[in-house]
Write a protein of this length. Sequence first.
Length: 63
Amino acid sequence: MQNIKLIVEKHSDGYVAYPIGIEGVVIGEGNSYEEAMSDLESAIRFHIETFGIEVLKSEFPIL
């Protein structure tokens, strides 16, 4: 298991969440924090299944 840093933004119409350091575009959204995180988890799993675990290997790791 690898730790992934996430950004969660609260907007007037809901929440947006996205990971840092994953190749490609992955985003989750929802009306609540929990919905956005659940959507993001699903998007990350799909992204890894589609493009392989290599998307987690970044040349420039986030510190």
